[in-house]
Each structure stands twice: as structure tokens, then as C-alpha cells.
Write a protein that binds this ligand. Sequence first.
Ligand code: IPD
Ligand code: CA
Ligand code: CA
Length: 258
Amino acid sequence: MAPSLEYVIDLARKAGEILRQGFTEPHQIEYKGINDIVTEADRQSESCILGQIRGDFPQHTIVSEESGLLSGTDHDAWYIDPLDGTTNFAHGVPIYSVSIAYARNGRLVLGVVYDPMQNECFSAELGKGAWLNGKPIRVSQETDLNKSLLVTGFPASIRTSRVTNLDHFAWFSLHSMAVRRLGSAALDLVYVGAGRMDGYWETSIHSWDIAAGTLIVQEAGGLVTNLEGDPDFFKPPYNLIAATPGIHHFIVEGLNRK
Ligand code: IPD
Ligand code: CA
Ligand code: CA
């Protein structure tokens, strides 16, 4: 049995409400790495989502940030980030989201990203469209890189890896209107889908960060590829460009400039 989009929306809203209520409480912060934290809210949101999916769809495979892989059938897989934007959340910055996607036979078919602070629920269903609180969304019509508003993120390994993204951040800052760093990859993506941002790129991200958001961008008319412009992006190392078609090729060129 497969879930409906309404089922996933209800689940994301329920988990988002847990986050919203916990936002102003004191947080228990644990370090998973130097720049990588987890709070009690990540775990509470995840246990709400996993409890419901495992009760309703006990055979399904689930990939969720804090619990890892829960193996099930090959046909049905869920990709869950129970709190995307933990660093913002832990510091009292109200930019974070819940991201839930469902894939059937290896294809992403349902995606929901919920922002509890704005009560904005972004959703998409393969071949049917993308919506914000039930109203259709489209990517922007921008075609001029100089006028574009871009968004990116930096890897948690920025202090120890040679790949920092700082060179690309500097280059695009000099060739676009501005480059933002919101701190929630799922929101970065759905803002592209809603036409608020014109393009996004990030390297070494995870399946749970991008599964729902990439479907939303595609269903809103955007292009999603790896850094070379290849549409086969949903596999390690999860390097990603998501943009409106008029800007996508500029980001490919900018990231691959010699
Ligand atoms: C992080 C956010 C951030 C991105 C990082 C992610 P988390 O997710 O999406 O924007 O730059 O790569 O790990 O840890 O807050 O769920
Ligand atoms: Ca995340
Ligand atoms: Ca997370």
C-alpha cells in the first residue's frame, strides 16, 4: 500500500508542531561532529514521524537522519529529515523545516517540506505539480545571472576538508544579485520551487536533506542536476544544483570554471 500526499502533509505538520512548541524551550545539544549538532527536538520529531510510518506501513524502508537506515522492501522508501536547520533552531533562529519524501520503485513520488514558523507547507506529487499551502507554485522566470538571487550551503566538514565551497560562494557573490545561506537545505530548495530564489547549489549533502525539496523544484518547473549538469543526482556524493531553467546553466558554468 502507498501513502497519499495528504498523509505525508499531515505527518509533516504534526512533526512541525512538535518543533514549533519546543522552539522557545531550553535545548539539550549533543555534538555529532565539530559543526554538527542534534537536539532533543530532532529526536522527538523523528520518533513522531517514524512511529506513524512504521505503524501504517511496516514493510517500508526508511532512511532518516538520526536513525539511519531501517530496512524494508525495495519498492517503498522514505527519506526523512525530522529537523532541517538544527543549528538555526538551537540558536533561536526561526529558519528550519521538516522534510519528508516517499519513493516508489526508486523514483521520488511524494515530497513535503513544512516550515512551522511561517506555517508554510510546500508539497509535490510526481507528474501532478507542486504547491504551497495548496496553491500551485512555479520557479522564477529569471534569465540574467546578474539579477538572480542564489542560495547555497557549506559542508559540515568545512574545517577539515579541502572542499569548502568558499571559492564558489565568493565568485557567485560577484556575479549575481546576492548569495544567501539560510541554513536549511530543504527550505533553500523549496524557495527555488516557489520562485523566491533563482538557484541553489551545495556539495556533499544527504538524501534526507534533498529528497522532498528536489521533487518540489522539478514539479515547479525547475532543473535539478549534479554539478556537471547530469540529471542523475540522487546518489552519493549528493552534489546538487537546483535552479530555474534560465539560470541553471550559469551555475553549471560557474562551478566548473577553470
Ligand atoms: C543541514 C542544513 C544546512 C546544510 C547542511 C545540512 P541539518 O542539515 O540543511 O543548510 O548546509 O549540509 O546538514 O543538520 O540542520 O539537518
Ligand atoms: Ca538536514
Ligand atoms: Ca536534520
